[in-house]
Design a protein around this ligand. Structure first.
Ligand SMILES: Cc1cc2nc3c(=O)[nH]c(=O)nc-3n(C[C@H](O)[C@H](O)[C@H](O)COP(=O)(O)OP(=O)(O)OC[C@H]3O[C@@H](n4cnc5c(N)ncnc54)[C@H](O)[C@@H]3O)c2cc1C
Length: 377
């Protein structure tokens, strides 16, 4: 009997388990150290019947047809379109920064002048990463670049990463570019929405297969000790942090963590949209209001304030890999070591030490499955 052990039951673990169980008709055991499935995208209904995203707001969005058609087999998605506001000098305006934001912030004359200059230089619809936008010669565009950088990006980035925007990887700072259009959607992907019964339900459906067994509250290290023979004769798909797998032999990979403070409010809505960013005020970065995602009806509401934190071993969760040259070098050392191990595969946000959105975690699992020659055991 060929066994497959999947460590971690987030999107990455669930998808690879499903493909092995379904397409190869092989047995899979998924273990997870948490007391629930769905990893970081875990959600649950609270006492007011509001679906709460325990580890922060998760909005599904993708342009990838393969990922979309895979997930749609397990759940429908609603038509939720994510919109985000940001508070600047006490005024709430929309982000990503676009022409609407320009008119919300400045007088009609100033906004019109700046818009015309932008359209002389760039095409309508252009998306410009904030650091690239800093390179301006024109005085008005220089003013705008400095304003957007200082009021929207600088302090948010410092709070989030304890680093300045130019000290973090460009792939991160370019995630929310300046958009020279009037499209107020936070994500512009072709497909977006929330699974109609939530993410936990979606993952439950993905792993609901006679060949899949799930063991919760089970850390890989203990599981390995208690099942050494099984481990020797199985393929391992590891979606935990790769440094942990190798007992931190070369040192610990750095991550950022978050703390969420949940508050129940005795009113129908707390704020005007699901997510409001506070770059400059308070020590939290944003406030999430969960009932917007599935349109939950209640005369109460639940919000969460999000506080960035350093990741501290065994004290809080690993959330975001800190991508820079030094950390990638360290990750590559682990990757090199992993090449010596037959039948162990790393994937996912922690296993690959990459800032994957949910769709990319799914795609990575599908592509890994397609790449493995499954007759190697
Ligand atoms: C705050 C926040 C907001 C986000 N918002 C979005 C969003 O809006 N849209 C989007 O597309 N993406 C979003 N993401 C990204 C999304 O969370 C990830 O893409 C997704 O969680 C990746 O799934 P995964 O399975 O790779 O990792 P995870 O979901 O983290 O799953 C890994 C699992 O492995 C388990 N595990 C780890 N080590 C061990 C071990 N030693 N033994 C047993 N089990 C172990 C963990 O308990 C966990 O359940 C967000 C991420 C964060 C941090």
């Amino acid at each position: 009997m060929e066994y497959n052990i999947v460590v971690g039951c987030g999107f990455s673990g669930a998808v690879i388990a499903n493909l092995i169980a379904d397409k190869l008709n092989q047995k899979v055991i998924i273990i997870d150290k948490k007391n629930h499935i769905a990893g970081n995208s875990y959600d649950y209904r609270d006492k007011n019947n509001i679906m709460i995203h325990k580890y922060g707001s998760h909005i599904f969005h993708t342009n990838n047809e393969k990922v979309w058609s895979f997930l749609k087999r397990f759940s429908d998605f609603n038509n939720y379109i994510h919109k985000v506001d940001v508070v600047i000098d006490g005024k709430k305006v929309q982000i990503p920064f676009n022409f609407n934001t320009l008119y919300q912030l400045f007088s009609e004359t100033t906004a019109k002048k700046i818009k015309e200059k932008l359209l002389e230089k760039y095409n309508y619809g252009a998306k410009i990463p904030i650091l690239e936008f800093q390179k301006q010669n024109d005085e008005d565009l220089k003013f705008l670049a400095k304003y957007v950088y200082e009021k929207i990006f600088l302090n948010y980035t410092i709070k989030q990463w304890e680093l300045k925007p130019n000290e973090i990887d460009k792939t991160i700072t370019s995630r929310v570019p300046l958009c020279l259009d009037n499209d107020n959607r936070y994500f512009q992907d072709k497909y977006q929405g929330i699974p109609i019964n939530g993410y936990t339900n979606l993952i439950e459906k993905i792993i609901n297969h006679p060949n899949i067994k799930v063991v919760l509250n089970s850390d890989y290290k203990n599981f390995k000790k208690q099942n050494s023979e099984l481990i020797k004769n199985s393929r391992i798909f590891y979606t935990g942090s790769i440094d942990e797998f190798f007992d931190y032999e070369y040192g610990m990979l750095p991550y950022r963590s978050l703390k969420f403070e949940f508050e129940e409010h005795n009113k129908e809505f707390y704020q005007s949209c699901a997510c409001i960013n506070y770059p400059n005020d308070f020590s939290f970065t944003r406030i999430h209001e969960f009932k917007y995602y599935l349109g939950d009806k209640s005369n109460k509401t639940m919000i969460a304030k999000e506080y960035p934190q350093k990741f501290k071993f065994e004290e809080n969760e690993r959330y975001y890999p800190i991508i820079n040259e030094e950390n990638i070098k360290l990750y590559n050392k682990y990757l090199k070591k992993a090449e010596n191990f037959k039948n162990i595969y790393f994937l996912g946000r922690l296993g690959d030490y990459k800032y994957y959105n949910m769709d990319l975690a799914v795609l990575r699992a599908i592509e890994l499955f397609e790449a493995i020659k499954f007759n190697v055991i």
